[in-house]
Design a protein around this ligand. Structure first.
Ligand code: 3BY
Ligand code: FES
Ligand code: FE
Length: 418
């Protein structure tokens, strides 16, 4: 519960820079409601990919707080988004996460909508009834080279076009639209959504917690300070830095933009990207660091393309490899629970069991997600403890966590001031 001393305004304006947040940001139902209003109902939220709805009539539902949205591919192959609310008496139209329909028929009184949202049939409504103004309410939708973002606000942040223009050259070569979902996992983390994102924005915890992920990832990219490294680690870190520079130059000469763009806290639609070399044989996020799928993505011929990472505020991260893509969305359920939805994408022509093996494809991130879920739960339990107080972030390895918090606090302040 928020108290007089802990009003939302006091919490937002009293945030101690460089530190984790005050406990109510993680534990209070009122702050959670404010997060939904200020962040998730007003910003561009990553919800999935075009291959979620590969054929006309395919529907994917995504729930964001109390809102439920239908992502539909219409007969003209256009992907559209509508509120999952019947215009008669408001029934939720589709409950399933995936469905295939001819039209959208509400099972309450059979109002029937086309794939374009138009109300086509509403029995017994009388001669004066005008169906043309009772179509499904559209939701703003953008596809960034096949990555789908929706915004529930009437007037979405206008900077998305700029993000899309800057990111498209990085993502386009991986051809998201020409992939299929090889596997999806829905994991409910027992923690506040901000703990999920904080944990995602640092690899300080990776060495101690992610034995699988640290196989393909280059440990010297974790941002440790030179003065804290022993001579061997320092030498490796310098080799990594040199490899990063030569890899960037090589990939960019192949038409693959690779250099970092970091705009996490300097804009409304905050984002960051960079293509980084991998360890070992350096092809993919697998236990032997080799490609998991024999058919590469897009027109790639070189397997050693590193990993292109893309992070967005408030709720997504993605890793684009040469042979597959792993894409994650965090969707808040309540103040103490967050759905982490992970999709592994491969070339749509790849055949399971022939070109790729699911267990091999998903091993690294399945283990990593479970480990991260346990870490997030630990922090939620900690934030609920009366002894909790905000703790300091490492200036070397947790700068991006701080950038997330600065973005979040800035967006909350903007909401409160509006
Ligand atoms: O996936 C990520 O972006 C971060 C960085 C490495 C570990 N982690 C979950
Ligand atoms: Fe949908 Fe009545 S509520 S048809
Ligand atoms: Fe992790």
């Amino acid at each position: 519960m928020l108290t007089k001393a802990h009003t939302l305004e006091a919490l937002v304006h009293g945030r101690k820079p460089g530190h984790s947040l005050d406990a109510p940001f993680y534990t209070s139902p009122e702050v959670f409601e404010a997060d939904m209003e200020a962040i998730f109902y007003r910003h561009w939220i990553y919800v999935g990919i075009e291959p979620d709805v590969p054929e006309p009539g395919d529907v994917a539902t995504v729930n964001i707080g109390k809102a439920s949205v239908l992502i539909i591919r219409d007969d003209d192959n256009q992907v559209r988004a509508f509120h999952n609310v019947c215009r008669h008496r408001g029934a939720r139209l589709i409950d399933e996460e995936k469905a295939t329909v001819g039209n959208l028929v509400c099972r309450y009184h059979s109002w029937t909508y086309g794939l374009d949202g138009r109300l086509m049939h509403a029995p017994h409504m009388g001669a004066d009834f005008d169906a043309s103004c009772k179509g499904l309410k559209p939701v703003h939708l953008r596809s960034l080279e096949g990555l789908l973002f929706i915004c529930l606000a009437d007037n979405p942040p206008e900077d998305f076009d700029d993000v899309a223009a800057r990111m498209a050259p990085y993502i386009a070569p991986h051809k998201v639209r020409e992939t299929k979902i090889a596997y999806q996992s829905d994991l409910i983390e027992k923690g506040n959504w901000k703990l999920t994102i904080e944990n995602n924005r640092e690899c300080y915890h990776c060495e101690a917690n992610h034995p699988e992920l640290t196989v393909p990832l280059f440990a010297y990219g974790f941002g440790f300070a030179p003065e804290e490294m022993d001579p061997l680690d320092l030498e490796n870190a310098q080799r990594y830095d040199a490899l990063r520079k030569t890899s960037h130059a090589e990939w960019e000469s192949m038409g693959l933009p690779s250099r970092e763009i970091e705009e996490l806290d300097s804009r409304v639609t905050g984002f960051r990207t960079e293509r980084l070399p991998l360890d070992g044989d350096g092809e993919s996020h697998t236990m032997d660091t080799r490609a998991a799928c024999r058919i590469p993505l897009g027109a790639f011929t070189n397997a050693k393309l590193g990993g292109l990472s893309f992070w967005t505020q408030p709720n997504s991260w993605h890793h684009f490899l040469g042979d597959h893509i792993v894409t994650f969305s965090a969707l808040p359920l309540d103040e103490g629970h967050t759905l982490v939805r992970t999709k592994w994408l491969v070339n749509k022509d790849a055949v399971e069991g022939v070109d790729y093996d699911i267990a091999n494809l998903i091993e690294v991130w399945t283990a990593t997600n479970q480990q991260d879920a346990a870490l997030v739960e630990m922090c939620q339990r900690g934030a609920e403890n009366p002894a909790y107080e905000p703790g300091p972030y490492s200036p070397n390895t947790e700068m991006l966590v701080e950038k997330f918090q600065r973005w979040y606090i800035g967006r909350m302040a903007a909401y409160l001031g509006s």
